[in-house]
Design a protein around this ligand. Sequence first.
Ligand SMILES: Cc1ncc(COP(=O)(O)O)c(C=O)c1O
Length: 515
Amino acid sequence: MLGEDVQDQLRPVDHPRRQGVLQVALLRRRQLVLDDQRLGSGLLVGHLELLEFALADVGARIRAATVLNEPCDGLHAGRTGEFLELGELVAGIRALGDDSHDEAALGGGSRSRIGLSVRHQVIMTAVWSVSLTPVPLSPVLAEQSTYPFVRLEEAKLRKAAEGVRLFDFGMGDPRGVPDDSIRRALADALEDATGYPAAVGLPELRAAVAAWLERRFGVVVDPDAEVIPTYGSKEAIFTLAQVIVDRAGGKDLVVVPDPGYPVYERGALFAGAQVTSVPLLAQNGFLPDLDAVPDETWERAAIVWVNYPNNPTAATAPLGFFERLAELAERFEFLLASDEAYSELWYDEPPPSALQAGRRGVVAFNTLSKRSSMTGYRCGFVAGDEQVVAALQKFRPGMGTAPQTFVQRAAVVAWEDEAHVERIRERYRRKRDLFLDLFHAKRIGVPGNAATMYLWVEVPDGEGSEAFAGRLLDRGVVVAPGSYLGPAGEGYVRLALVPSEDECLAAIEILDELL
Ligand SMILES: Cc1ncc(COP(=O)(O)O)c(C=O)c1O
């Protein structure tokens, strides 16, 4: 999901090996050329070097980017269609190897050309190790679509190849390094790196989180019973449904926002749950209309996900919204799961936590990724309902995900310090204001700008999100089409204010000309 996740979940092409393949395939556009004779002998001896330097005219052209995307990433094939296509390609090559007259196998002429990358050793090794015998895959995995962000990534690479300078506001991955004090704490703790970190986390970290929750939200939690550190928050979000959903007991539904962070849905599907989405619309301040949800949905709901400050709409929720949902959670016995990853990136007033509405039936997920620009450290927490935390304490040792001890020690320093967070907020604020001035001058609405690192910008004149984003990309300004984040995101684009201030100014100059 693609992620940043969105965000890194929203970073489909961030695997360096895959990236390398894509770059070669898309940027350099060099092609692997196969010649019947060389191919035959190459296959017989399994000597893939032979595949590269032959002649060619026409032949099957397989889109390297999509075909190779999954197999090059550790051979996990989420996209069966493309995997089948790849299988056909392999079968075709094998057929040619067996009989060099069988040109139809590749749909080509007397010599066949396959539009694969020159990084043939990587690719062909990957191709070669794909067995043609079908491997049973989880149907949930097989059915999942590729992140649409893959298209954006491909388009970016094409632009870069044309020599266009890119200003990337696409992914919400903070750039820049964490504060010195945090990095020092990490380095100082390296000697601690022996032994498995316990899944319940260091007591010092749980205490630091509990103290922060009290300072920040006035919420008092028991650090041993109501807090558990997590490896960033993404994995904990993904696995929550496995801990909560009870299909046999009729609690088989997970409610997710649209548009929204895709991990809520993906995690729920892997847990065998049904998923229903609630739209976040401008007329409701990008809050779900709770009155529009039928009682039977609440009754079947095991988990209701909310995310404020919100990715992607940059909206915040008032405490009253959480209170209403906490009441519903108690009445209908579902878990209110509040993803508060962006709670510290605010501009006017610090937004509330769902935990302020009560802890019974409520859990909050938070992380140092956005607050302290520590995405690479992987450290977050779940806090709230004691029964859920107890369930996580039972579940998590089985999956083995606890942050490394030295990361936890650095996290203690990060949760205890607010000065660096204030500096980070200030940087986002300056960049936000630059863009708001521009959009205001151009009479383009930015209904989402209250918090987070995002701006949720209306697409002007009824143009589609993807078309508008494509137009900006032509000039090098990368934004995420809102429709990539869910159908209700159509009509918007999302800007992640992660480039430097200088880059923002350069992008603003371009947009000033273009809009
Ligand atoms: C809404 C939301 N929640 C959670 C996360 C997960 O962040 P992390 O796993 O880095 O804590 C992200 C990442 O982009 C996000 O956008």
